[in-house]
Design a protein around this ligand. Structure first.
Ligand SMILES: [Zn+2]
Length: 84
């Protein structure tokens, strides 16, 4: 049985494509599920930024004299700081 991926709500009995929370899979989110989804996405961005920082540190520690590596890390830092 499908459950809402954000709040775990069960599907409606009369309309199984919609969950009891009001969300519709791959279409609409209820306000509560939208807030949960935004929180999950923010957590994911944080995890990816931390992983990117660790990779950048490792990259520079392995190839400290290589200008290309430094440019890659500069591009990473610039991309990371660009906010929507
Ligand atoms: Zn939901």
């Amino acid at each position: 049985m499908n459950k809402c991926p954000y709040c775990g709500s069960n599907p409606r009995d009369d309309y199984p494509a919609e969950f009891r929370c009001g969300s519709v899979l791959n279409r609409n989110r209820s306000r509560a599920c939208l807030v949960l989804e935004v929180g999950l996405l923010k957590d994911r961005v944080k995890r990816l930024e931390e992983a990117g920082d660790r990779l950048a540190d490792w990259h520079l520690s392995v190839v400290t004299t290589h200008e290309t590596a430094k440019r890659h890390v500069e591009r990473w830092n610039k991309a990371k700081e660009t906010k929507p």
